[in-house]
Design a protein around this ligand. Structure first.
Ligand code: 15L
Length: 250
């Protein structure tokens, strides 16, 4: 996104817990550093919140980085008068949702949340936090339930969930510029032939995906075989996040 968003006309101010290579102007701080965060968001038009832990982790770590960290970010936005946030939610907020049958209806965006991990739970929390800050403070958010955003799909599951980086930037651009979004939840993927979910709320923001994972399908199916729908790992949206043993606190 550092490379792709400027092509849509954005000037970025970067914030990361680790130094960002090649970006001497990036702020290096923890999301829970309220002072650094407040300075970082001062004067910006909008925040794209991609920070935090992006996979399952012990609960305390998720609590610190994703739950408390996201709360601190919204507080900084409120204190500094930032009016729009794009929040990287995840398919794992609804990971225990059953995958649709081949000819079945696509998963709607208002399907009940069913987090598959503490990580998914933190994304579910972030969506609720976004709703709270819209209702109480008028800060708008688009929560993007990202599927799998990688340069190429690398599994059969990703054929359905893939979000190409270029489409990711298109979607964030739409989320940053669409008028009157309040708090809107959208699914984030490319226009995949094997799509499982309904992209209409994303399209309503003006998002027009241009990519499709289908050109990768033959090779991935040859490598991994057709998925067995009775295998729990293939039965639910979150895939192996639903079947791996939980990581208990320590
Ligand atoms: C996610 O939410 C993760 O951040 C990403 O690394 C992938 O694991 C993705 O979901 C996925 O489900 O493929």
């Amino acid at each position: 996104m550092r490379e792709l968003l400027p092509r849509h006309g954005y000037r970025l101010r970067l914030f990361d817990v680790r130094p960002v290579e090649g970006e001497p102007g990036a702020v290096t701080a923890d999301l829970n550093d309220a002072t650094a965060l407040r300075e970082a968001v001062r004067g910006v038009d909008a925040i794209v919140h991609l920070a935090g832990i992006s996979l399952e982790a012990p609960f305390e770590k998720i609590l610190h980085s994703n739950i408390e960290g996201t709360y601190r970010l919204y507080e900084a936005a409120r204190e500094e008068g930032v009016r729009r946030v794009v929040f990287a939610s995840s398919n794992h907020a609804v990971g225990f949702t059953e995958r649709p049958a081949d000819d079945g209806p696509l998963i709607p965006v208002d399907t009940p949340r069913r987090p598959d991990t503490y990580y998914g739970l933190s994304k579910s929390f972030g969506e609720d936090l976004a709703q709270l800050y819209w209702d109480r403070h008028g800060i708008e958010t688009v929560s993007v339930r990202i599927g799998s955003c990688f340069p190429e799909p690398t599994s059969v599951r990703m054929l359905s969930l893939w979000l190409s980086p270029a489409d990711g930037a298109r979607l964030f651009h739409a989320a940053l510029t669409a008028p009157d979004v309040g708090h809107t939840v959208v699914y984030g993927s490319s226009a995949n032939t094997r799509l499982w979910w309904d992209l209409s709320s994303a399209r309503a923001l003006g998002y027009e995906p241009r990519d499709d994972s289908e050109p990768y399908a033959a090779q991935l199916l040859a490598e991994h075989g057709e998925p067995d729908p009775s295998d729990p790992e293939h039965a639910r949206l979150g895939g192996h996040f639903c079947t791996r043993p939980p990581i208990w606190p320590h």
